[in-house]
Design a protein around this ligand. Structure first.
Ligand code: GUN
Ligand code: ZN
Length: 429
């Protein structure tokens, strides 16, 4: 047992789902309180942590949050973030696929994986679920980089056997074989977890979807991640590719790719039947608001879906998304919800970026909250990190009014510290 260590500051804790039960009774800020950590885990919070005899790091007026959990990213798109002027399918063909080709080179894959995870940590993100490329070595690269940083990462080989360029296609059989080998190598190794990853219906044949559905049924404890109903043109194309399907979700279901451990990115333009079916299955959704505005996809129904209890997490969708920052992503979620007529409370935004995402990754017993037994993955927010935020913060009349300006205006400068499995990993400390 290593020596316990105390972090003192304002502590963010949860006792329920704010979208369903209301934020007042579920999200709590304990002002001037403490978290006790030992052996990479949280061992106590509140009075027990305050009373313990342990060396202390003081964060005074800062907010100690669970580390941010980014529920949907493409680490191989790090270098093409903020590429101009295209909508989804053209954006994939123009920017994304040429960049993903480069990941056949192990040195390039390793360098981008390291760069991406360092950027994530600098922005307060301690866990994430990433798509890799079609190349198995791109999966090794991100899991190796995550292990070097102690991070709990979910990742999988992106499978595509049509509508992608030469060099980026696998086959139904090789997708099955490579995914299975990677799953067996990585799932449960340290903090790594594997996700079966068909990119989306347009880039997989029915045979490939079927093969991956079979793999999932052989390994039902792993996550399956894919994209669903992101853009209207995409959905029209999907209809022509799978004319027998009732709707987009039906394609996944028909091939064994719908389940509670399914994580569906975007899910914007859903038919009533799809909403009902997702609800019945308790499937997870990844809301990617900066991506949905940047690529021009549409406005996700956050209050309708999360409010009805649909498991929902928050995600940057790097590099379709326009920011590595989960603070910026919370701000975009707020703005998108406003455009649909709802003002989401800052407590609910923080919950979505931590516990909500942890739940859709099925890792809520380990990450996404500050509670004894969870990993000591913590992000410390300076609530007055820039002159613009500080002057607004000075006007705050309660703790939530003090936090909201950092959600709306904050970026990596607001990240005062990041702890991963009990170790400080922030480049600035
Ligand atoms: N749909 C299929 N692939 C992708 C991708 O890489 N990014 C986004 N935003 N949508 C996708
Ligand atoms: Zn995506």
């Amino acid at each position: 047992m290593s020596q316990p260590h105390r972090l003192r500051g304002h502590i963010l804790t949860y006792s329920g789902n704010p979208f369903v039960q209301g934020w007042e009774s579920t999200v709590h800020v304990r002002e001037n309180s403490a978290v006790l950590i030992a052996d990479g885990k949280i061992t106590a919070t509140g009075p027990d942590a305050e009373a313990a005899d342990a060396p202390e790091t003081r964060y005074d007026d800062h907010l100690i949050c669970p580390g941010f959990v980014d529920a949907h990213v493409h680490y191989p798109q790090t270098a093409i973030i903020a590429s101009w002027g295209k909508r989804l399918i053209d954006w994939l063909n123009t920017y994304t696929f040429p960049e993903e080709m480069r990941f056949g080179d192990p040195e390039y894959a390793a360098s981008v994986a390291a760069r991406y995870l360092d950027l994530a940590l600098a922005h307060g993100t301690t866990s994430l679920a990433s798509y890799c490329t079609v190349h198995p070595l791109s999966v090794d690269a991100v899991f190796e980089a995550a292990a070097a940083r102690g991070m709990a990462v979910v990742a999988g080989k992106t499978c595509m056997d049509r509508n992608a360029p030469d060099g980026l296609r696998d086959t139904a059989q090789s997708a099955y074989d490579d995914s299975k080998a990677l799953l067996e190598r990585w799932h449960g190794q340290g903090r790594a977890q594997y996700a079966i990853t068909p990119r989306f219906a347009p880039t997989s044949t029915a045979d490939q979807l079927h093969a991956l559905g079979a793999l999932w049924s052989e390994h039902p404890d792993v996550l399956m991640q894919t994209h669903l109903s992101e853009q209207v043109d995409e959905i029209a194309w999907v209809r022509t590719l799978f004319p027998q399907a009732r709707d987009y979700l039906d394609i996944y279901e028909a091939h064994g790719l719908l389940g509670a451990r399914g994580l569906y990115g975007h899910a914007i333009h859903l038919e009533p039947r799809e909403r009902d079916r997702l609800a019945e299955m308790g499937a997870g959704l990844a809301h990617c608001p900066t991506s949905n505005t940047f690529i021009g996809s549409g406005l996700f129904d956050l209050s309708g879906l999360a409010g009805s209890g649909q498991p929902t997490g928050l995600a940057t969708d790097t590099g379709g998304g326009s920011s590595f920052s989960m603070l910026r992503t919370m701000a975009a979620a707020y703005e998108v919800a406003q455009l649909r007529g709802t003002a989401v409370h800052p407590a609910a935004l923080l919950w979505l970026a931590t516990q909500g995402s942890a739940e859709v990754l099925h890792r809520a017993d380990e990450i996404g909250q500050i509670a004894p037994g969870c990993a000591a993955d913590l992000t410390v927010l300076n609530l007055a990190s820039t002159p613009a935020i500080a002057q607004r913060h000075a006007r705050a009349d309660d703790i939530w009014d003090a936090i909201f300006p950092t959600i709306m205006l904050g970026d990596d400068r607001a990240i005062a510290d990041v702890w991963v499995a009990g170790q400080s990993r922030h480049s600035g400390t």
